[in-house]
Every structure is written in C-alpha cells, then in structure tokens.
Design a protein around this ligand. Sequence first.
Ligand SMILES: [Zn+2]
Length: 469
Amino acid sequence: MKKNFETILDKVIRVGLYIRVSTEEQARHGYSIESQKARLTEWSKEHNYNIVDFYIDEGKSARTKLSNRKELLRLLDDVNDEKIDRIVIWRLDRWFRNVADYYRVQDQLEKNNVDWECTDEDYNTTTSNGRLYLNIKLSIAQNESDQTSDRIKFNFENMVKNKRPISGALPPGYMVAGEKQNKRVVKDPNLEQMAIDMFDKYEETISLSATTKYLNETYPFRPIAYECVKKFLKNPIYYGTYRGVTNYCEAYISKERYDNIQSLLLKNHRKNNRSTHIFIFSGLIRCFDCNRKMGGSIACRKHADGNVIKYGTYKCCKHFLDKQCSNNHTINESKLENWLLDNFIKELNNYIIETEKVDEKLAIKNNINKIESLNRRLDRLNDLYIDGKITKEKYDLEYNNIQEKLNIEKQCKDIPKTRDLSKYKTLLNNNKFLDIYNKLKGENKRKFWYKYIDHIIQDKEKGFIVFFK
Ligand SMILES: [Zn+2]
C-alpha cells in the first residue's frame, strides 16, 4: 500500500523489514528466518531503500497476542519516533492474520504517514476493490490459523496410517525402534514376557489385583499399578491395532482372545459393583502392625471345574495401597468365622473370669483409698477441735458427716462394683448359641458379632485375639 507522499519521493526511503515465523511453520514449510531475510534484503536493494533494521518475531504464531510480539512493538516505536517511512514484509500473513489487529496497527501507521508493502504479494488499498481484497486475504489467513491445530491432528492420523509412532508412552511389551522415517513400534524384548504373563495371569485368575500382584513380584524392575493393568488389558495395541489402524504393530494376542478378556473385565466389574456380599467383620479387625481397621474385599478363585469362586477377605489398606505398613496378610472371612465359632465360648469364659478378677481388685482398691481418705479427714477434724479452732457444734456436725460416709464405704467393701457382664453370661448359658447363629443371615451375623466384640487382632500363635466390648 504505497502512498506517494512528496517527502518520500524526494529522498531515500527508510525501511523497517519485518519477519515473523512460528516454530511450527519453520518445521513444516521451511519459512525460515534466513530465507525471509534474504528476500527482503534483495528487494530493498532493488528499490534503493535504506534499511533501518530487521524486526524479527521468532517462534510467534499468528495467534500470538500483539503485546507478545516484542519486535512488532519495537517497530511501532520506531514508527512513532519517525525513524521509518515504509515497512516491508514478505507476505501479508507475516504481518497479520487477524482483521481487528491489522486495523489497530494500520491506524497508527497512517497517523505517522508510514505505509507497507509485500515483496511477494501485491495489495492496493487506495481503491475499494483493493481494500476488499485485503480484507478477504486477512480473513482467509485468520481462518487458516484456526485450522492449524486441525492440521496437526490430521498429520498424526497420517503418521499412524503409515504405521509410524507418534509421541506418547507405549504399554509394557512395546518400544520404538529405527531412525527418523523408519521408526516403528516393535516388541520390547525386555518386557515381552511381562506382556504375555499379564494376559495369561488375568485369564487364569480373573482378578486384576492378583494379576497386578503377580506382575510386581515377577517384574520388580517395572512396577505396575492396579489401574494400569486394567488400562493395558483394554489396549487394542496388544492385538496389533492402534487408533483404528490394523496391523499397526506385531500382536501379542488374537482379536478373539482380546474380546474374551474384555467380557471378563466387564463381568468382573459388574460383580464388584453390585456386590451383595456382606462383610460380617467389617470394622472389627485391626491390623496387628499399624492398628488400622482392615478393609474387606472380594477375592476370586478359579475352581478346578472352571467355576469362579468368590469370597470375602480383609486386608490392611495401608499395606496394599501404599506399602506404608508391613502387614501383607490377607484374612479369609470364612476361616475367621470358623475360628470364632470354635473358640468363642472359651474366649468369652476367659474374658468373664479375667474381668471379674480385675474389676474386683479395682473396686477393692478404690474402696480402701476412700476409707483411708475419710480417716485422714477425721484426724484433721480432731486436731482442729483440740486446738480450739472450731466449736463443739461444728465438730459434731462434721464428725457425723464423715462417719456416715465411712459406714457406707465399709459396707461396700464386701460388694465390689463390677462391669455389667450379664449379656455375656446370658449368651454362655444358652446351649443353643451355635444353632441360633447358623440360622442367621449376613447382616444379622454382623450385628451379632458387633454386639459382643470390640475388635479382633490376628495373632501368629493363637490365630486371633478377641477383644470384647
Ligand atoms: Zn497395617
């Protein structure tokens, strides 16, 4: 857009050469800074311009805000300081890809009688047709810039179609090999067996936790989390398909086997989600190591006849979640229940005997302490009366008061106060305890144990130690 100001015609025109290139453009189209620089220099020589400076915004995309295009701002400063008569750019999209920004800057240029031109495109903004053309070009450029991210996406899809790896982590058993254009996803010899074992173990146990545990024990150099095993088992790359592209890489399993595993995962998921199992000891078992309540979880075992058996277990969450506790034991619910039914009466008997002994001792000790204390008060009262510090009336009143209390405590000596053990005694006297228990269903079994037991701790020698309420 050349303006034929007389001042410009009379003297050598001073130009500012503006260059912009984004990282992506540089990589994709070779719009390098050097080639733009060469073109602008050549152009300036041809037209006998006086080059004031190069203004180079490197790594700035067309989306970059004006305020972040530092060199453009420096150029505008020089425009305002009247150091420049004309701005030369390679193509319009180097200058602006946004209609609004273009007119904001254009306004400033016109105030300073500065115009601009492109070396490789021709614009004439002195006619309405020329201005319309410019607006259309700017709009197209803006639209193109919006589509850049779509193009990157498209490019990735193309790479996948050509079986070339794109950035992103690969699941265990795969790695990238080869150079540049020949890069391919291949089997990783170090983790090949791990990938095979992952599928074998899952099919064998139908348990994600058992599979995770096995993999971590067998391949400690490649730690793997429960959630990752679940994710990997669902990854179609293992049957050679990636982003819908078949034969993308060498497969570990067939599509049929993959589908079968997906249905097992789904069943397993459903089972856990609508688990009807009632953990009859939930909240009652404490970890012998960290003293936390052990959490209930469903375990599955494949029986010889092919049926899957589901059963309740209890584990220390502190160990199984973050290994902060060393207790890696799993308590089988039915084993604990059987142990309790075999040992409950014996344990309860011991508890009653021990409690009564302790309570008696405690009560006697309490009683003796109180009698001693009252006797001391009586001694002090006598001293006060003898010394004439209190009247006969006051002495009599206080003396009777203390004596009365002493009489009560002396009577109590024979009947120690004990904890109420009646509910345990009633249970012990009931011969049909086992019969009644066996008729109970899950929820009522839980209520039964909650009524009597405070908590249970696993014990190496005895099996378990029961703490009654
Ligand atoms: Zn623990």
